[in-house]
Unconditional design. Structure first.
Length: 239
């Protein structure tokens, strides 16, 4: 029923074309039945449009959240973004997730220091499970802006990235984001905006990043202090 509840364009358009054909037939034949059929087709087209306006599906609710998030990001309004997130929302990158508190802090820090010239959403695809009450949204973001840090300002320029959001229904008709995953983002943005422990090292050898962003290879990771075991004095052991 998505042709009626979500995208009635084709159905309403077909009914409109049919009504036009009946009006042409009325003009040619001067038979009143064509007028009745034309009015009936127009009435059905209007009914389809009204049904679409009042019949809101879960997919449409998820779409609305995505576009609300876009407007909040565009104005760098972190609190408007956070109200659409669940308390346990996770930022997941490279198979590693940040807990809810750290994810919210990451969003606050980045948005409070960011300004955008434009943010466009493209290729949005949504899905919602009737039984699980879980959903998903995948889309591309075309944006341009700047990120201000304590060291310098980064001109992000025009960037094209791909994102995946997980959703869950927290109340009847209320969908919130419980997972944020950057599927594909430019390297420069990843290095600036990602939390240090989620950054992917350029060498790709499975190392980690310390809080300063320095790469630590597996054999080069900091270790705890070495414990020196005192050795007995040979002279003291002689009789």
């Amino acid at each position: 029923m998505t042709f009626l509840s979500e995208d009635p364009t084709y159905l309403a358009g077909a009914l409109g074309v049919l009504a036009g054909a009946f009006l042409i037939a009325l003009r040619v034949t001067q038979q009143g039945k064509y007028l009745i059929w034309a009015l009936s087709s127009l009435g059905l087209a209007m009914t389809v449009l009204l049904v679409e306006q009042f019949w809101i599906t879960d997919n449409e609710r998820i779409e609305r959240v995505v576009y609300d998030l876009r407007r909040a990001v565009m104005t760098s309004d972190a609190e408007a973004v956070l109200k659409h997130l669940t308390p346990d929302v996770q930022y997941v990158q490279h198979g590693t997730g940040l807990p809810g508190g750290a994810t919210r802090e990451l969003i606050r820090n980045n948005l409070s220091n960011a300004t955008f010239d434009f943010v466009y959403i493209r290729e949005l695809q949504t899905s919602a499970g009737r039984q699980t009450r879980r959903g998903k949204a995948e889309f591309r973001i075309y944006a341009k802006g700047r990120l201000h840090t304590a060291l310098q300002d980064y001109n992000v320029g025009t960037a094209d990235s791909t994102w995946s959001l997980g959703f869950q229904e927290t109340a009847p008709g209320v969908w919130k984001v419980n997972r944020i995953t950057p599927v594909s983002i430019p390297e420069g943005i990843r290095n600036v905006s990602s939390p240090p422990r989620l950054r992917e090292p350029s060498g790709g050898h499975g190392g980690l990043s310390d809080p300063a962003g320095r790469f630590m290879a597996p054999g080069n990771r900091p270790r705890g202090p070495r414990i020196r075991v005192p050795q007995p004095d040979p002279a003291a052991t002689k009789d």
